[in-house]
Design a protein. Structure first.
Length: 607
């Protein structure tokens, strides 16, 4: 029997190794062309002078060999990467062949739809729904909006993207992290689930956040949210709110909010508003606690009622266990010339010669001019004694004068304190008009000597009963620093002309020495000062120490309790401060709320 050719042997070997399904699917046209002088069975053709061929196996004529897969030619992708098609979802001609369908996933780098640029490693488009699934570190961008996740599904028709897994969404001034986020790049609205985010210094975690577009920009509506400024895994304190509206860079409004301190619920508020603007202070979120023998135990809190371009409005409330509460509403307009008003019932009087002397302003209104930048100080009038003239802490090394002037008028009611035996110390009421000017130079250099806080003050009062009262005052101090310790001593001298019907308008001390020290570290603060009468032989004033004030505070990561004690008033004052959220009260303990304590923010100036 003649030997089969080499080609026939190879074909037979291939046919034997193919599965039945593959053998049935390969067309005969895929077989190699017949070699001249050779039949399909691999035997010599008839008429060649050879014997007749042996019959071939029955299945042989109908069993084809598979067509070889065409080689994939390198395709550009616009970035010089071979083997990746130019357009998503399109199958280049060089990888299409007979009988091939749509390729389920293509590898590429970016896709642009309606201004949305989506980058990723793998793209898969559903031919029925038209949705494109992107995996491999996908990123979607449009304008200033950026969305990252583990997996994204893009609807080209609606421009909506559903992101899942390690979702990070960024907009100017905000960034949120979520487990799942659905966002429409056309309407710029969306919904996120299991969210954590930070606005200014507030850490917020919520079950659900709705992103909406308002007239002033994006608005975040968080549901069932916990928020705090404590960055510990288990924060010392936090707030739980059923809903929070966040206007980035403007304000945060929380509703139905409970405050928890070290795991214990202290208070629940129907509404709480926080300012997110950098140039605004935040009031305390919780009451300050104190005790004195006049009021008994009390709780006091400041409220910020309004912050806008027209006016700032604050309120103060003190609830006591021994007598009626004290309360007040205070207003101021911004600018170098500010309109100021105060409607206050039983404010602390500046003069405490009669302990716990109080005054009601029903109301007092006026205008205050200053060269300190025009920051409003709602209801805060200038102090009536040179001992109260202060500069902002940031101006400690300023070598420029800071001026203030005031014109005010009001109706006043004086309330007697513990001792009403002194002249004019009882309950009385009258009107008053005041014109006042004061100046302070924080850094004073006289030859080789450096002094601190040169203070000048002049005040003229006119009363409804015809009395007139004038005050002139001067003060100077010297401070020395050594590492964390600061030593200081001040001298004040004041003189008066005329008569006032109110004791609260008179002076506590005409001549005074005030020594003190302060020890400060990043976590601890201890301060003390004493007020000592300088005119020991005065017929009107006894000699010796007039008052002593102690204060101590300790920072525990994000909570700073501060305890103050005034010897004269026998008053203990406890304030639990959160440094980021309550940078400090505008008035120090034991001082009137309707008086400027000089702690407003101002830029520092070097000598």
């Amino acid at each position: 029997m003649p030997k089969p050719s080499l080609t026939s042997a190879l074909i037979a070997a291939v046919l034997v190794g193919l599965p039945a399904s593959a053998q049935a699917s390969v067309p005969l046209s895929a077989l190699p062309p017949e070699t001249p002088g050779t039949s399909m069975a691999g035997t010599p053709a008839a008429g060649t002078g050879m014997s007749a061929p042996e019959p071939a196996p029955a299945a042989a004529p109908s069993v084809p060999v598979p067509a070889p897969e065409p080689a994939v030619a390198p395709a550009g992708n616009g970035q010089g990467l071979p083997g990746r098609p130019e357009l998503p979802g399109a199958i280049p001609p060089d990888i299409q062949g007979p009988g091939t369908g749509a390729i389920p996933a293509l590898t590429q780098t970016d896709l642009t739809v309606g201004g949305i640029t989506v980058q990723g490693e793998n793209f898969e488009t559903d031919p029925v729904t038209g949705l494109t699934t992107v995996t491999g570190n996908p990123v979607a961008r449009r304008g200033t909006d950026e969305l990252r996740a583990t997996r994204m599904v893009l609807n080209p028709a609606t421009r909506q993207v559903t992101a899942e897994g390690n979702v990070v969404f960024k907009q100017p001034g905000s960034e949120i992290k979520a487990s799942r986020f659905t966002y429409n790049f056309d309407t710029r609205e969306g919904e996120a689930q299991t969210v954590t985010t930070v606005f200014k210094n507030y850490f917020i975690s919520a079950e659900q956040v709705f992103l909406k577009q308002g007239p002033t920009g994006p608005t975040y509506d968080a549901r069932k949210a916990h928020w705090t400024t404590c960055d510990k895994l288990h924060p010392h304190y936090e707030y739980y709110s059923r809903s929070i509206l966040v206007y980035p860079g403007q304000q945060l409004i929380a509703r139905n909010t409970g405050f928890d301190l070290i795991g214990n619920r202290l208070v629940t508020l129907p509404k709480l508003t926080r300012n997110l603007q950098r140039d605004e202070e935040n009031s305390t979120l919780y009451p300050m606690l104190g005790y004195n023998r006049f009021d008994g135990f009390y709780a006091e809190r400041d409220f910020q009622l309004s912050r806008n371009r027209l006016a700032w409005v604050d309120a103060n409330l003190r609830l006591t266990t021994a007598r009626a509460p004290t309360a007040g509403i205070m207003v101021a307009t911004p600018g170098n010339v500010q309109l100021v008003g105060s409607l206050f019932y039983r404010d602390i009087a500046e003069n405490q010669v009669s302990r716990f002397l109080q005054v009601s302003r029903l109301p007092e209104v006026g205008a205050i001019w200053g060269n300190d930048g025009g920051r409003p100080r709602p209801g805060r009038f200038l102090p009536h004694q040179v001992t109260g003239v202060r500069r902002p802490d940031a101006l400690e090394f300023s070598d420029r004068w800071r001026f203030n002037a005031q014109f005010s008028a009001g109706y006043f009611m004086q309330h007697a304190g513990l001792n009403d035996s002194r002249a004019d110390s009882g309950n009385k009421q009258d009107t008053r008009v005041t014109a006042q000017a004061q100046a302070i130079l924080p850094y004073v250099k006289v030859g080789p000597l450096v002094l601190n806080d040169l203070r000048l003050m002049a005040r003229q009062n006119f009363y409804g009963n015809g009395d007139a009262f004038s005050v002139l005052g001067v003060g100077i101090g010297k401070q020395v620093r050594w590492k964390n310790l600061r030593l200081r001593v001040d001298r004040f001298d004041q003189s008066t002309v005329g008569r006032t019907p109110f004791l609260f308008d008179d002076l506590e001390l005409q001549h005074e020495w005030r020594p003190g020290f302060e020890y400060t570290t990043p976590q601890f603060n201890l301060s003390y000062y004493a007020r000592i009468r300088a005119n020991r032989n005065s017929a009107n004033q006894s000699s010796g120490v007039f008052d002593q004030v102690f204060a101590i505070s300790k920072l525990f990561h994000c909570i700073e309790p501060r305890l103050s004690f005034s010897l004269r008033r026998r008053e203990v004052f406890l304030e639990v401060r959160i440094p980021i959220m309550s940078p400090g009260t505008r008035n120090r303990p034991f001082q009137p709320r309707s008086q400027d304590a000089g702690n407003s923010v101002a830029p520092p100036r070097s000598p």
